[in-house]
Design a protein around this ligand. Sequence first.
Ligand SMILES: [Zn+2]
Length: 279
Amino acid sequence: MIRWGFSVIMAIGFLLSARPTVLGQIQNDFVTTREMNRINWLEFKDVVPAKINAVILPTGTLEPHGVTANGSDNIAPEAIARTVAREVNALIAPTLPYGMTGSMSNYPGAFQMSEAAYRPFVKEVLNGLAANGFKNIIIMNGHGGPQTAVLQSVAGEVANERRGVRTLVINWWSYTADIMHEVFGQNGGHAGINETAFMQAIDPSLVHPERYVKELALAYPAANTWAATPFPASIGLYEQGQGYPDFDETKAKIYFDRVTQAVAELIQDTIKRWDAAGV
Ligand SMILES: [Zn+2]
């Protein structure tokens, strides 16, 4: 009985040892933290770029998300970054939490940056990461709309202007659309079944089923049919009749694990290909 108890405790200890904590500090890692906010400059000097030459920059915005957090587009990419940082051997840059929100920018607590302000600011952040010795800059984007195009354009410019610097922009929810269909058996939406589940997996206290009514959701219009600003619903369904949040905890966990694994594999594969190409 004592031996059994001991081995169970050891097994639990082993399982916990590889998991990131709330603050992103990972036990048994060769750095005391993966977060640029928390690392000391002397340790940074020891590890970048000698042992770590990749960085993940989460980008998002503040906008309404049905019955989950206004900062979902920041919190989701941060959680992905913390989950994969050790596996892909990257540090995590502080999040860019103000973004180009778009059609939901007039909702309570939302925030809008113009492209004129956002574009050069993002470019200087990327150049700053490169100047600090990072060869691989991964932009983990949590917000769609016009922000995606700007990030891809700026990331491309920085890589083309600085030989030896490689950039990868990942729009996590789009890249993993196949996983969404497999896990939920339907299409999703902004703050829909998929994004709400992702938030539920990160922190259930950020999801409020008691406030949910179906009327919070509306399908996005087909192209060139109608356009309303602000968009008259904070849950935007990709497809009519599909993607309503269902608050299923089990699916939420499966979705989170599969998404983060797919994202980690994309980063690893891309870096491997860059290295093999000698770019
Ligand atoms: Zn979102």
